[in-house]
Ligand binder design. Structure first.
Ligand code: ADP
Ligand code: MG
Length: 349
């Protein structure tokens, strides 16, 4: 059973379904008696109406040592990865942060570790304007769980399920760098570490490691996309996996033009073009935005100056196709799944 089948089967079936939201056509209110709940399981955040115009959005994200970050991960990096991943779900909704809660499980209270962790955590809460409002502290295997709260205009919120066939498919930034860095850190031969390390200059390596250690939630872009994009998701599990979630929620498919995906110099230097494309399509931890926008927004978005790329189109067909050199093939997402029966190369046990 995959992670998403598990959620859908045990927790989603009676609450609306992880991917069934748009397709089953059932109003959420039939399961949730409070009319203020606008969106439940299945999107980057849940949404609860606050007033005539706005909704509160909320999401929780957990990072476990040995699974989401290596045991050797520096405390400042644990903080930035955990908070970046959590805040990214607000960006995916186009929301403005209100605050966060930190549930911290620690094997022991080591002052130097806590000093470094809390300093970086505080720096980023100030940078992203997401003040720490509470939390919970327990002893146990190292785990960081962060709940984020934000606010968004209800009618414009970037839901996963509102993309339409014919919409353009866009992505922000360059993908694949963080997952290449993880492969590098894990010394994983099955992802051709030799290809990753061969020819890699210090600058390129530092650049990749920075992307892995310091995810940058695209908060400003998400808010700019309100009223322009029809749907969005943040890329945490890999482009193909998350595009799959967006398509499934919208009940459509997509055609992705591989040549339109930009390859960063650092990633190309580290991995070569073919391996780089694998990291870009399948690797996770990018925390860029993948979004849909009507064709009439194409010029506005393309000429806006944001670091965004039009990489394909949504289709009424349910498949996701990757087109390259004039031919198209069916995409097979291998993105991160906690309960995939056979661990993926590069995944910590
Ligand atoms: P994201 O990658 O955006 O953080 P996830 O892939 O973790 O989202 O989760 C997908 C959806 O499933 C989200 O809407 C999330 O709230 C929901 N979800 C995950 N785990 C559970 C659970 N145990 N119970 C209810 N809903 C869950
Ligand atoms: Mg998300």
């Amino acid at each position: 059973m995959t992670e998403f089948e598990l959620i859908g089967h045990y927790f989603g079936a009676w609450a609306r379904g992880v991917h069934g939201a748009a397709r089953d056509g059932l109003p959420l209110q039939s399961f949730c008696p409070d009319q203020r709940v606008q969106l439940g399981i299945g999107d980057d955040c849940a949404m609860v109406r606050l007033d005539e115009r706005d909704s509160l959005v909320v999401s929780v994200d957990t990072q476990v040592e040995g699974r989401h970050f290596p045991r050797s991960c520096a405390p400042a990096h644990v903080a930035s990865r955990a908070l970046g991943a959590a805040v990214s779900d607000l960006a995916a909704m186009g929301a403005e942060p209100i605050g966060c809660w930190l549930a911290l499980t620690l094997p022991s209270a080591v002052g130097t570790w806590l000093e470094a962790f809390s300093l970086e955590f505080r720096r980023l809460t100030e940078l992203w304007n997401v003040p720490l409002l509470g939390g919970d502290t327990t002893a146990g295997p190292l785990q960081v769980s962060i709940t984020v709260l934000g606010r968004v205009e209800t009618a414009k919120a970037l839901r996963r399920g509102a993309a339409r066939a014919g919409d353009d498919l866009w992505v922000s930034g360059c993908l694949g760098e963080a997952s290449a860095a993880l492969a590098f850190l894990e010394n994983d031969s099955s992802v051709s570490l030799s290809a990753v390390s061969a020819g890699i200059g210090t600058d390129s390596r530092e650049c990749l490691l920075h992307r892995y250690h310091h995810p940058e939630p695209r908060l400003a872009l998400g808010r700019w996309l309100l009223g322009r994009a029809s749907a969005a998701i943040d890329i945490s599990d890999g482009l193909l996996a998350d595009l799959g979630h967006l398509c499934a929620a919208s009940g459509i498919g997509a055609r992705l033009d591989l040549e339109a995906l930009p390859v960063s110099d650092a990633l190309r230097a580290a991995a070569g073009l073919e391996k780089a494309r694998h990291f870009m399509l399948q690797g996770g931890d990018d925390y860029e935005l993948c979004f849909a926008a009507p064709v009439d927004q194409r010029d506005c978005i393309g000429e806006s100056g944001w670091d965004v790329w039009r990489i394909g189109q949504f289709t009424s067909d349910l498949d996701i196709l990757i087109c390259h050199n004039g031919s198209c093939s069916l995409a097979v997402p291998e993105g991160f799944d906690h309960f995939r029966p056979t661990p993926r190369p590069g995944e910590a046990s």
